[in-house]
Design a protein around this ligand. Structure first.
Ligand code: ADP
Ligand code: ZN
Ligand code: ZN
Length: 742
């Protein structure tokens, strides 16, 4: 072909000045589109997707070849690509996904790319481990050695090489003995590849015998996997119906096709039980992706995904952006969870983006939940998703019976949070030797602390929020910005040293009451303060399963996913908690949360009881929880939303203006208010103070852009905000499909 003509050996300069557009992982974009032009040196054959090192100012950066260059920059100013990295290219579907998310969420492509790279030094070949084995010299001179040294050699004999610490432990010597022996040439080092933090799942292993309903659902999902095309399925099954077992079959089918599978979980820190089940089913741990990984684990895992060696990845939302060369299935478990919405940096809804990713890759996606979101149910109704139902708990376990406790009549005694009815049920359960859970979705001792003399409320200096007393740590904390301080010795307002009064209950206060009333019970407080990481979570979950605990007192961290067969009583201390504040989503969210919590009760052979303490038992959401009429409740919710054109019957975007100077924020808001576009099917509300009017010292105002279903809010926003400052102070932040409707 013509190409061969160009490759003339006599040419000193390349005949064609080939340029490539390289996307750099810079959150603020820089150039429009975040793409920078570079010259491709003659010796490099660059393809889209190649990872390259390029100069930028005084430093060099790693980016991805995104497109051909556009030649806009003068030849004397364009710089050369430094090198192509020796790793497989970023898959084409990942690049299309980055572009899609960037455009939909109106985020800089470089910011989205950063999530897909997210490991600064992933490109260095991983280091190796230093291990030790006996040297030839040691073999011949073993007799003359000290007992310590002899123990080291004995430990190494007929064993694979060992790391220093392991060897020291095995031989009961200090590490310095090993160092000295190495210096003397008695042992020699062997470089071993780092062990991967996951194994190779065995797709041939058999799962449990499935019930006919489970088998039907599993068969449909496996068909979807084998169909090699896009499909979206809602796996709608009551708590304990075996949704996990069912989608494990789909994962097995995906592995049998030689493809990768991804499982998104809302809260990976509590996935310990999930991991153990996975290991039991597939004989190996899956690769994990979440914020708790060490730098080395991230690096190894990212590379293993890119090379196709990580066959199953379980992760939090950001796992969606990993560069899978051959993804064949995505599962989103507990799809209704708010935790799938990322609220800072690139703001996106991972459940929705999972569906987009599946579509781009022409693969199936399955969303699992016992309380699906109204969005997903609406998609089932319109035929966009197929639904599979699991109406019964596995093994004939009954759903728990639900009781509403009317706190207006059934009053807790003074300074107590437990009604006589709930107390009696607790006594009975504990006396029968069964486990109970008290649920209160509020961390700390009390939500509000005030001066005993003047009533001054302790407030965060950086946010519109009260400081919450944490008695275990003896600190005051802001739950919004993380500010923390000691309990003051006197009131900042009146100077009184008369102390502070706690108002209302938090889990710590509830735990205090439980300790007083049931001093003999073994109690455990489960909140994000006590569950500090995956290891701790695993330990606590095990303690509950092994019956070392009688009474659990916890926040939403305990609500999901767990299977505790001996837990028979759930008491929801304040069922109304999430309902105040005027968010149209509040009832749906409360239904989901309380239904999930209730689902912890009676999962084994003994039936479960759930008590919901409320001041408003007549509210539709309370009635629906008590009667189990999910469909009726959701139909009414859907009607309410449809009437006011709120999602999923209309589209919504929030525009947040935030800055350190209140006056500048208001100026920008006035400017935006003046330039609002008038468009058919669009209404823009605001500016109003954002739900947290001051957060981390930044003043926040919010506009809501409400669009008819057939109008894209992005088009409105582009027209409205083009050229207006997205960065700096004040800055404009865009939240497409905000989780909260206020
Ligand atoms: P869900 O995810 O729907 O809440 P799980 O998959 O956690 O339900 O199942 C609940 C419990 O029942 C788990 O302990 C699970 O191992 C068990 N289970 C479900 N289906 C089966 C089955 N077919 N055979 C044996 N155990 C099962
Ligand atoms: Zn005071
Ligand atoms: Zn704060």
């Amino acid at each position: 072909s013509d190409d061969t003509v160009i490759a003339e050996p006599l040419m000193t300069e390349p005949a064609v000045d080939r340029r490539v557009g390289v996307l750099l992982p810079l959150p603020l974009g820089g150039t429009p589109g975040g793409i920078y032009d570079y010259r491709c040196p003659a010796h490099l054959q660059l393809q889209p997707g190649d990872f390259v090192e390029v100069p930028l100012g005084k430093r060099s950066l790693i980016g991805v070849v995104w497109q051909e260059g556009n030649g806009d920059i003068a030849a004397n100013r364009v710089k050369d690509v430094i090198a192509r990295l020796d790793v497989p290219p970023m898959p084409e579907v990942t690049r299309r996904f980055v572009d899609w998310v960037s455009s939909y969420c109106m985020a800089a492509p470089g910011a989205v790319l950063r999530m897909a790279m997210s490991v600064a030094d992933a490109f260095q070949p991983p280091r190796s481990l230093t291990t030790w084995r006996c040297s030839e010299a040691a073999m011949s001179s073993a007799e003359k050695l000290s007992p310590q040294r002899q123990r080291v050699l004995a430990a190494l004999r007929e064993r694979p090489p060992m790391q220093s610490t392991e060897l020291a432990k095995e031989a009961a010597v200090s590490v310095s003995v090993i160092r000295q022996m190495a210096e003397r040439g008695l042992i020699e080092s062997v470089a071993m590849p780092l062990p991967l933090p996951f194994g190779e799942p065995d797709q041939a292993r058999q799962g449990p015998l499935l019930s006919p309903e489970q088998q039907y659902a599993a068969d449909r999902l496996c068909e979807a996997v084998r169909a090699d095309s896009y499909s979206a399925t809602l796996l709608d099954g009551v708590t304990g119906s075996g949704k996990t077992e069912v989608y494990f079959e789909a994962i097995a089918a995906c592995l049998a096709q030689g493809k990768q599978a991804l499982v998104l979980l809302p809260e990976i820190a509590l996935g310990a039980q999930w991991l153990r089940r996975f290991e039991a089913r597939f004989g190996a741990l899956p690769a994990q992706w979440h914020s708790e990984l060490t730098g080395l684990e991230r690096r190894l895992t990212w590379r293993a995904v890119l090379y196709g060696k990580a066959k199953v990845v379980v992760g939090a939302r950001s796992a969606l952006f990993l560069p899978y060369p051959d993804l064949g299935l995505i599962i989103v478990d507990e799809e209704h969870e708010a935790a799938f919405k990322q609220e800072d940096g690139v703001i996106y809804q991972a459940r929705d983006m999972a569906v987009v990713r599946a579509h781009l890759g022409q693969i199936p996606v399955a969303l699992a939940s016992a309380t699906p979101s109204l969005e997903s149910l609406t998609n089932v109704e319109s035929g966009k998703y197929r639904a599979l139902h699991l109406p019964d708990r596995h093994g004939g376990a009954q759903l728990p019976s639900m009781h509403l406790v009317d706190l207006r009549r059934d009053k807790p005694p003074r300074s107590s949070w437990l009604s006589p009815t709930l107390l009696a049920a607790l006594e009975q359960t504990l006396a029968a030797g069964e486990q109970a859970l008290l649920f209160l979705n509020r961390r700390g001792y009390a939500p509000l602390t005030l001066c005993r003399d003047c009533g001054h409320r302790l407030q965060c200096p950086h946010c519109t929020a009260w400081l919450v007393e944490h008695r275990f740590h003896q600190r005051l904390q802001c739950h919004h910005c993380g500010f923390s301080t000691q309990m003051p010795s006197s009131c900042a307002n009146c100077g009184s040293t008369g102390g502070f009064a706690a108002c209302g209950p938090g889990v710590e206060r509830l735990a205090e009451e439980a300790a007083m009333r049931f001093p003999e019970t073994r109690r455990l407080v489960l909140t994000s303060d006590t569950v500090t990481g995956p290891a701790k979570a695993a330990e606590l979950v095990r303690a509950i399963q092994d019956r070392e605990i009688d009474l659990i007192i916890g926040t939403q961290i305990i609500a999901k996913g767990h299977h505790f067969p001996d837990l028979t009583l759930v008491g929801v201390v304040d069922a109304d908690l999430g309902l105040n504040g005027g968010d149209l989503r509040a009832a749906e969210r409360t239904f989901q949360l309380l239904h999930q919590v209730a689902g912890r009760a009676g999962r084994g052979s003994k039936p479960g009881q759930v008590y919901l303490q409320t001041y408003d038992p007549d509210r539709p959401v309370m009635q629906a929880l008590a009667s189990g009429d999910r469909e009726g409740f959701l139909a009414a919710e859907a009607d309410d939303r449809a009437m006011v054109g709120m999602p999923p019957f209309g589209r919504l975007a929030a525009v947040i203006v935030a800055g350190s100077q209140e006056a500048a924020v208001d100026d920008l808001c006035r400017d935006l208010a003046r330039s609002m576009p008038q468009m058919e099917g669009v209404s823009i509300l605001g500016p109003a103070p954002a739900p947290l009017a001051v957060l981390r010292g930044r003043h926040r105002r919010r506009f809501l852009v409400k669009c008819r279903r057939d109008v894209a809010p992005q088009a409105v926003l582009r027209r409205w905000l083009d050229g207006k400052g997205r960065k700096g102070d004040p800055a404009i932040q865009i939240d497409i499909d905000p989780y909260s409707f206020m």
